[in-house]
Design a protein around this ligand. Structure first.
Ligand code: SAM
Ligand code: SF4
Length: 495
């Protein structure tokens, strides 16, 4: 007999998710939702994360909640008592990977009927996805969305202890939940959300429907989170938002914008502040001028352009032209001459002509990007572009992507070449994926550097002389009189 899970049965609705009301965003304190610690003792979990930094940040929160309940992370999926897939809905192939994985996990459920299998993240905010899970993947025990991660303790209590299925996805505008504990992926670099959701409604994009309305965190909560990170030894923070340049636009009682936040963060004793993602229409001159002051504000900006054709930009609802985009870029180069710029581009948007694509190529050449994420347009159910006529064959779109990537790759190499012979500061992440003897880390301009060095440097910022620029990374040699070596020498002399 089918289990009764009506208590929690709330399916998403893209139609409801589209609605926006001008009302204050509720702020929820997670501490008021946690009254059932301990029942994870002796149980393990594993999370597979798909998609962008927003999802990675959510996974850190989910891990934080699970560990607060005394679950521990297992090394493999096979050993886990709970498996969660934290999903991405931005493109169809990301969704297909999740359905493929769910199919594979059926065998895991057969081998271990006590295994709890859950799906969360952006995909579960789509009603078609939840319907498909209910129909074709009935062995899934838990489905929740992006708005109700804070209710996970309650859901798990029901699923683990009462053995009931839970499907609860809110199609609301969203709240801000403070004080969710986090297990951060890195001990030196941290994501810090400054806002959630998106109000831009680019016609190709599912994010405004899956993540709710744009809502900015209180500046004191952001600054206090970063101060805590500094105390814990963090050296780099990346501010997260779908359009960080519109930070504060939703505040009803205070006038405090992104530029002011950067100005305040510039005073904090942390080595590196980064942010993503910027929107060209809101990237104001004030922000450019503050970034030009440098200090802990890194000379790296990711500024998605999406297309170089005004006609296409209009149909994408991007609300800027290629001329105004160039103006922003010109100002950035004028005030921050050593900056590295990267972008996102979609090729084959419905109706994009060969000539319009050529305009994108021209714009890419003009902007001097040192990298780009490039995508073939992927139709998303519920978005306006779903219904736009699209007569370009997929093969042609792929050819456009290859042509674009050749130019983008020239930009990667050009951007790396300019550092040959220079001394750069590298925050060492760990060892190279390909060679355990080689250290790998990122420069202030966000360039990957490989160099020989002692593993004790992991987590430190060291000076490296760039000896050779490749397309995807720089090779370098550690400068022996760098700060870390200096510290080591002092210790040696003292002993
Ligand atoms: N908020 C950011 C912005 O405005 O660029 C990034 C959000 S989105 C998750 C990341 C990138 O995915 C976008 O910049 C866009 O290039 C790409 N993207 C979004 N929807 C897409 C779609 N339907 N097909 C192909 N690429 C898409
Ligand atoms: Fe999607 Fe546009 Fe919002 Fe970025 S700004 S998340 S591309 S709707």
């Amino acid at each position: 007999m089918a289990k009764d899970y009506s208590k929690y049965f709330i399916k998403p609705s893209i139609k409801d998710a589209r609605k926006r009301k001008s009302q204050e965003t509720p702020v929820i304190d997670f501490n008021k939702h946690i009254n059932i610690k301990g029942f994870g003792k002796g149980r393990t979990y594993k999370i597979n994360t798909y998609g962008c930094q927003a999802n990675e940040a959510d996974t850190e929160r989910i891990k934080g909640i699970l560990e607060l309940l005394n679950f521990t992370e297992s090394d493999t999926l096979e050993d886990a008592d709970i498996i969660l897939l934290n999903t991405c809905a931005v493109r169809e192939n990301a969704e297909n990977r999740v359905f493929g994985e769910l199919g594979r996990l059926k065998q895991f459920k057969k081998n271990n009927p006590d295994l709890i299998l859950g799906v969360c993240g952006c995909m579960t905010q789509e009603e078609k996805v939840v319907e498909r899970i209910l129909k074709s993947f009935q062995y899934v025990d838990l489905v929740f969305g992006t708005h109700n991660i804070y209710k996970l303790p309650e859901y798990l209590e029901t699923v683990v202890l009462s053995k009931e299925k839970v499907i609860e996805v809110f199609s609301e505008e969203g709240s801000i939940v403070e004080n969710i504990p986090r297990v951060r992926a890195n001990t030196r670099k941290a994501w810090v959300n400054i806002m959630y959701g998106c109000d831009e409604f680019c016609t190709y994009c599912i994010v405004p429907y899956t993540r709710g309305k744009e809502r900015s965190r209180n500046k004191d909560d952001i600054i206090n989170e970063i101060k805590e990170l500094i105390k814990e030894g963090y050296k780099e923070v990346t501010l997260l938002g779908q359009n960080v340049n519109s930070y504060g636009r939703d505040f009803l009682d205070v006038d405090y914008k992104f530029a002011e936040l950067l100005k305040d963060l510039n005073k904090l004793p942390i080595s590196r502040i980064r942010f993503t993602t910027s929107h060209p229409k809101d990237f104001d001159l004030e922000t450019v001028k503050i970034l030009s002051q440098g200090g802990n504000l890194m000379p790296y900006i990711h500024l998605p352009v999406q297309s170089g054709s005004n006609e296409v930009l209009k149909r994408m609802n991007r609300k800027y032209t290629k001329e105004s985009y160039k103006e922003v870029i010109d100002n950035i180069y004028k005030y921050i001459p050593n900056v590295s710029l990267t972008t996102d581009i979609i090729v084959g948007f419905p109706g994009e002509t060969k000539e319009q694509f050529e305009e994108t190529i021209d714009l890419v050449k003009y902007c001097g990007f040192e990298g780009a994420y490039t995508f073939v347009y992927s139709k998303r159910a519920g978005t306006p572009a779903e219904h736009y006529p699209d007569n370009t064959p997929f093969e042609e779109k792929k050819q456009r992507l290859y042509q674009l990537n050749d130019i983008v790759n020239e930009g990667y190499l050009r951007g790396n070449k300019r550092f040959e012979g220079k001394i750069v500061k590298v925050l060492v992440d760990g060892t190279s994926k390909h060679n355990d003897e080689i250290l790998a880390g990122y420069t202030e301009n966000n360039k990957l550097v490989n160099f020989k060095g002692n593993k004790s440097l992991i987590g430190e910022i060291v000076e490296v002389k760039v000896t050779e620029a490749k397309t995807w990374f720089l090779k370098g040699e550690q400068i022996e009189n760098s700060w870390h070596s200096y510290q080591r020498n002092i210790k040696w002399r003292c002993c």
